[in-house]
Design a protein around this ligand. Structure first.
Ligand code: GLP
Length: 249
């Protein structure tokens, strides 16, 4: 894993945006794996900025998202479809027919997960998979557990994840308790993985992810086994790593 430490959130997003911009420039029809949450918002803003300046063309870009809340339609402001439209897709010249997320409203969620997994396979290998990380080390919605789920699946959200995500809803009771998420196996198939994390609250999690044991109790730790992972962290998120290791890049 390569660790790139930025001085703050803005610099972290700017650096990561340059990597995504290079991919889109070199491979105009690249397949990007995208993520939601507060972390990638600045990266998406930076990409929108590059598009507005005429630097980037999204017309052939294809995207697959990590996850979606069960039960929320794309019109719901807290659905991940809505998030992606509002934070990226509506601001660039991407063809929305080339943007894929699991359907949270599918009556048969298990069947929808199987369909989504096949859909991703049909699109080909993901060129860059973007990830954030949950406080408990989840990626997508792969919560801590006894094993690493291989494929896209329906999952119960951990109580701590529900609490963490309650800030986006009017009350904690409105937070969905289940989600459809790419599995760990799905994520690991990507050619390259880019993980962004900022803030002191995630510093211990980031340290454990990079230097702790590989365990499903901290799902992101499996990334130690992927051959091409770039972690962008701000100074605060990298603080525990800095304290305990000699990493200083
Ligand atoms: C959410 C998402 C993850 C995200 C994580 C952290 O629940 N499913 O994809 O990485 O939690 O979110 P944030 O970036 O808001 O801290």
């Amino acid at each position: 894993m390569q660790l790139i430490i930025a001085k703050d959130y803005g610099e972290m997003c700017a650096k990561a945006a340059r990597l995504f911009a290079a991919e889109i420039t070199l491979k105009p029809d690249c397949l990007l794996g995208l993520a939601t949450g507060s972390t990638p918002v600045g990266l998406y803003d930076a990409l929108i900025g590059k598009f507005a300046e005429g630097e980037l063309d999204f017309s052939q870009v294809r995207t697959v998202n990590l996850d979606e809340y069960a039960g929320l339609p794309g019109s719901h402001p807290q659905s991940y479809r809505y998030f992606m439209d509002h934070h990226l897709f509506d601001w660039v010249n991407i063809d929305k027919r080339n943007t894929y997320l699991p359907d949270g409203t599918a009556v048969d969620s298990e069947a929808e997960c199987a369909r989504y997994e096949r859909q991703i396979e049909a699109l080909g290998q993901v060129d860059i998979q973007l990830l954030g990380i949950g406080l408990n080390g989840h990626i997508g919605f792969n919560e801590p557990g006894d094993s690493f789920p291989a494929a896209t699946h329906v999952t119960d959200l951990a109580p701590s994840t529900i609490r963490a995500n309650a800030r986006f809803f009017r009350s904690i009771d409105e937070v969905p308790t289940r989600a459809l998420t790419m599995g760990i196996g799905t994520i690991l198939k990507a050619k390259k993985i880019v993980l962004l994390t900022n803030g002191a609250a995630k510093a211990e999690t980031l340290y454990q992810m990079m230097y702790g044991p590989v365990t499903p109790q901290l799902p992101a730790s499996i990334l130690q086994f992927h051959p091409d992972v770039v972690v962008f962290a701000d100074e605060e998120a990298a603080s525990v790593i800095r304290e305990r290791t000699s990493a200083d890049r």
